[in-house]
Design a protein around this ligand. Structure first.
Ligand code: NAD
Length: 495
């Protein structure tokens, strides 16, 4: 990796830019495209096909044919598994291309996309492939001469609408269980991150997935996304993105065919440091990684430090020192960079706007500046605000950038109440050396994932999703298969 010149690779690599429908790369029906700009330097990256409602119709029709004729759901488990394993292998074979696409699209460091996003995507598909021939149905206790079978059936056509922050990995959390269960699939990636989705389509094509099983329609949310959400031929929408747009998908479903909608939305995760917390340097470093990895553009980013009065000053000083030497904004195409760009100009303006609010309502401890402006790209320093009131906008609203707020408390009950005082419930952490407090507080925290003396541990083997307005449904783990199947009961009478 150290020897690759990623700027040269970026100039040489021709990334796919057409829709992938029914096994073929095609232009949008109206021939339209949109210009994609790189967050690395603000320059145009070239046009990408802009899918409209008519293109969604074609993709859904292809997925419907592929579902109805059994070319996918009718395969033997071993056959479907072999296809998905080949798909995962082809993603691995294209790992550098996928990583580069993701870095160019959203400005993540190439070291991260190579180490995390590309292998995470292939690994998720492979994990779900392996479930196919290991998942059993049920037989219910029934009267003599009756048999009651409970089987899992695929839903049909699944549409997935995903965000730009971990584009291919989040897509794989939907693709893996949906295809493993026998559904067919239409993916609408975010307009900021179309290329990595199309690199996945190339892998699907090379793996020989039957035509129509996996389709990708690039384009904007209000056009392509809405058309998928309202399509009467779609049985389920698997959505990850903002809470606002998640609600739109619930409305689209209600106003069309009442399709199922799973929503994985925003977060404002607390990192709760009790008076009994242990090694402050270790906590400082973990808290910093918890907010600053991916420039804070992580749904479960630990963006609120809720810390006992007695530890606040020392902990914040340590976080600030560690962050300013570890998370130095740099060129995402340099393999040594750990802290890349904000994904687009709109998101940059949002982050800068919240920093301005923070300057007025709290105390800026570190960061707060836009930097590397000479590059033309979108870079902001790791930022900390102390003396933050928990009801202020910077403590309540999802900034989705490298901004940590610090709020203090005197008693454990106050700390827990502050941690839970948010409309979101994706994740939370608690730091303590007191075993009883660890159990007590982790039960009280209202979040889909709670970390004790750690942050951001994750794996495909455990469910991921949130309480409260973060959403409904869970990605990852065997439980995700429930989200892409319906139970069927079959009574057989042989009296
Ligand atoms: P977003 O809601 O703006 O966009 C997400 C997707 O929805 C994109 O594909 C977009 O094109 C589409 N979309 C936008 N407007 C639409 C509309 N009117 N109709 C139909 N589709 C539309 O979110 P984003 O800015 O891409 O992503 C950031 C958000 O995602 C944050 O809130 C973050 O917390 C959340 N997120 C949640 C999780 C999770 O697992 N809970 C994971 C990652 C990101």
């Amino acid at each position: 990796m150290g020897t690759v010149n990623w700027h040269d690779r970026a100039s040489a690599e021709q990334l796919p830019n057409k829709l992938f429908i029914d096994g073929k790369f095609v232009d949008a029906l109206d021939g339209g495209g949109f210009e994609k700009y790189s967050p690395i330097d603000g320059r145009p990256q070239g046009e990408v096909a802009s899918g409209q409602a008519a293109d969604i119709d074609l993709a859904v029709a292809a997925a419907r044919r592929a579902f109805s004729d059994g070319r996918w759901s009718g395969l033997d488990p071993a056959g479907r598994k072999a296809h998905l394993l080949r798909f995962a292998d082809e993603i691995d074979a294209a790992a550098e291309r996928l990583a580069l696409a993701e870095t160019l699209d959203v400005g993540k460091p190439i070291g991260d996309t190579l180490a995390v996003d590309a292998p995470g995507t292939a690994g998720t598909i492979r994990w779900y492939a392996e479930t196919i021939d290991k998942t059993y149905d049920e037989i219910a206790p029934a009267p003599a001469e009756r048999l009651a079978l409970i089987t899992r059936e695929p839903l049909g056509v699944v549409g997935a609408v995903v965000p730009w922050n971990y584009p291919s990995m989040i897509a794989s959390w939907k693709i893996g269980p949906a295809l493993a269960a026998g559904n067919t699939f239409v993916l609408k990636p975010a307009e900021q991150s179309p290329h990595s989705a199309l690199v996945l389509a190339e892998a699907a094509e090379r793996a020989g997935l039957p035509d129509g099983v996996f389709n990708v329609v690039t384009g904007f949310g209000e056009t392509a996304g809405q058309a998928l959400g309202r399509h009467p031929g779609v049985e389920k929408i698997a959505f990850t993105g903002s809470t606002r747009v998640g609600r739109l998908f619930q409305r689209y479903a209600a106003e069309s065919n009442g399709k199922q909608v799973a929503v994985e939305a925003g977060g404002k995760s607390p990192q709760l440091v009790l008076e009994s917390a242990g090694d402050l340097q270790r906590i400082a470093e973990t808290v910093a990684w918890g907010i600053y990895y991916n420039v804070g553009q992580t749904c479960n980013a630990g963006s609120r430090l809720v810390v006992h009065d007695s530890l606040a000053d020392e902990l914040v000083t340590r976080i600030s020192e560690f962050a300013s030497k570890t998370f130095v904004p740099g060129d995402p195409l340099d393999a040594n960079t750990r802290f890349g760009a904000i994904a687009d100009e709109h998101q940059l303006a949002t982050v800068v706007g919240y920093i301005e609010q923070g300057r007025r309502t709290a105390r800026l401890v570190t960061g707060g500046e836009r930097v590397r402006t000479e590059s033309g790209g979108y870079y902001v320093q790791p930022t900390i605000f102390a003396d933050v009131a928990n009801d202020s906008a910077i403590a309540q609203e999802e900034i989705f950038g490298p901004v940590l707020t610090v709020t203090t408390f005197a008693t454990e009950d106050e700390g827990v109440a502050l941690a839970n005082d948010t409309r979101y419930g994706l994740a939370a952490s608690v730091w303590t050396t007191d075993l009883a407090a660890a159990h007590r507080v982790s039960r009280q925290l209202r979040a889909g994932t709670v970390w004790v003396n750690t942050f951001d541990e994750s794996s495909v083997i455990t469910p991921f999703g949130g309480f409260k307005e973060t959403g409904l449904g869970r990605d990852k783990s065997l439980h995700a298969i429930d989200a892409y199947t319906a139970l069927k009961t079959t009574w057989i009478n042989w009296e």
